[in-house]
Ligand binder design. Structure first.
Ligand SMILES: Nc1ncnc2c1ncn2[C@@H]1O[C@H](COP(=O)(O)OP(=O)(O)OP(=O)(O)O)[C@@H](O)[C@H]1O
Ligand SMILES: [Mg+2]
Length: 445
């Protein structure tokens, strides 16, 4: 008997240790093979209680067998009778089979009458606590259905290394909370606003873009209103760099002139944008990186008013018309608010890509993310300072995501800038382009 117990104990210990090792060394396969089936069963089995606790049930009248006290027999015991009668019951919403995802699971719910997805969004935090998970996100693929996407642990605590770029003007800059790559694709979303408090990871994201774009046949232009301290080391891969407001004004004038030239070329050849031109005619796309945008608009005294107005108008024109002519903006700043003037409000309206890093005040989150789902604003304000690089990302699909950029040190970005310095088109070459001019053979790179 003792020997059997000993063997049983050895068996239990071996299995437990093996499972723990498996979970530690290959969490993903452990999740699919062991964790997910147990979770799916538990979630289904406890759904009535969870839905009731989170206020997602509805009261309905049903015929039900109930036990009611009947006659008292001669011995004094009460006879309990089963009776079929109409009673009020709590009905839970229908739940499909939870499907495993890389960081948790996803389940479809059929809403009960009178329920809307916003009701589930309100209950999301309660659901997360009931299931003991990091977060529950709610989406609605079609009327009457909501999909709950559950993440068990915060996948953004640690993100891996920057992978190679997936295509021209596309850079995988980080990872979304869903586990999918976070891709900034300038051809789909041409202009971006990147806001956040100091040390929240804005420049790190710009570094990731520089590393991703450096090997591509594109011209990079820097506006570094921090006096050049951020972008000067990347000079070898920048076709132009402006570090003061006067330089910015001059460079913006160049960009507007270039845009006009490209416009003429497109008109002459009957193209609506540079992507409709033949490969050998197409001018090089330009990505404009702006750091500390607010400095461009801040006025110390009245004498600067005209200069600011000039720069602001030129930047706005680039934002309005640049997309068709291959000029894309990526603007970083701590504050991008209307207090900086009407120019910045108009610029903000042109930037459909929005990134909001950790913020100190709710206004900055609202200004950056606009009137997105209030849950996005709450999420932006809840980003802890221990995880720089975590941001709320909103782009044209109307959805918002929590994401974290890959850590890209200044050294890595500087190394990329030096390694691909030979791909840097000279600003003079970029400017002289007209149809019939010799186009620098950047596409072959
Ligand atoms: N994705 C990330 N992963 C890990 N660490 C990061 C990440 N992003 C930024 N950091 C760390 O946070 C620090 C601050 O980042 P960064 O310089 O990008 O902030 P910032 O928002 O540009 O600040 P400032 O407004 O002062 O320029 C970096 O030195 C880096 O160590
Ligand atoms: Mg910075």
């Amino acid at each position: 008997m003792f020997e059997r117990l000993l063997w049983l104990a050895v068996f239990v210990v071996t299995v437990t240790v093996s499972l723990r090792c498996w979970r530690r060394w290959h969490r993903r396969s452990y999740w699919y093979v062991v964790g997910y089936p147990i979770t799916a069963f538990t979630v289904r089995a406890t759904w009535r209680k969870v839905a009731l606790g989170c206020g997602l049930t509805k009261k309905r009248q049903r015929f039900w067998f109930t036990t009611v006290p009947g006659l008292v027999s001669s011995t004094g015991t009460v006879q309990v009778k089963r009776k079929f009668q109409r009673v009020t019951v709590d009905t839970k919403p229908w739940m499909g089979l939870p499907l495993p995802t890389r960081h948790g699971w996803r389940v479809t719910i059929r809403t009960l009458e009178g329920q809307i997805p916003a009701g589930y969004s309100t209950a999301a935090e309660r659901l997360a606590h009931s299931w003991g998970v990091h977060a529950v996100r709610v989406s609605s693929p079609r009327p009457g259905r909501v999909v709950l996407s559950v993440t068990i642990h915060d996948p953004l605590v640690r993100v891996d290394d920057l992978p190679p770029s997936p295509g021209l003007l596309k850079v995988t800059v980080g990872r979304l909370e869903t586990g999918h790559p976070w891709v900034i694709d300038f051809r789909t979303v041409p202009h971006w606003l990147n806001a956040g408090a100091t040390q929240s990871g804005k420049s790190n994201l710009a570094n990731a873009l520089i590393v991703g774009l450096a090997p591509q046949p594109v011209a990079l232009v820097g506006f570094d209103l921090k006096g050049g301290v951020e972008f000067t080391p990347y000079g070898p891969r920048l076709s132009a760099l402006a570090t003061t407001r006067a330089e910015c004004s001059a460079l913006l004038d160049d960009l507007v002139e270039l845009m006009t030239t490209r416009m003429e070329v497109c008109r002459e050849t009957g193209a609506r944008n540079i992507w409709q031109l033949d490969d050998h005619e197409r001018p090089v796309p330009i990505v404009v990186l702006v750091d500390e945008l607010a400095e461009l608009y801040l006025m110390a005294d009245k004498s600067e008013k005209d200069e600011i107005a000039h720069a602001s108008t030129a930047l706005l024109r680039v934002a309005q018309l640049g997309r068709a002519f291959g000029i894309y903006l990526f603007c970083c700043g701590q504050r991008i608010g209307s207090d900086l003037g009407p120019g910045v409000t108009a610029l903000r309206a042109q930037c459909s890509g929005r990134i909001c890093h950790r913020v100190n005040d709710p206004e900055t989150a609202t200004m950056t993310l606009g009137d997105l789902d209030p849950a996005a604003l709450v999420s932006a304000r809840a980003i802890p300072s221990e995880t720089p690089g975590v941001a709320i990302v909103a782009s044209q699909d109307g959805q918002w995501y929590r994401a974290r950029s890959f850590y890209v040190s200044e050294n890595t970005a500087e190394h990329a800038a030096h390694s691909y310095a030979h791909l840097t088109p000279a600003w003079a070459d970029v400017m002289v382009f007209r149809a019939g001019d010799t186009v620098p053979d950047l596409h072959a790179a």
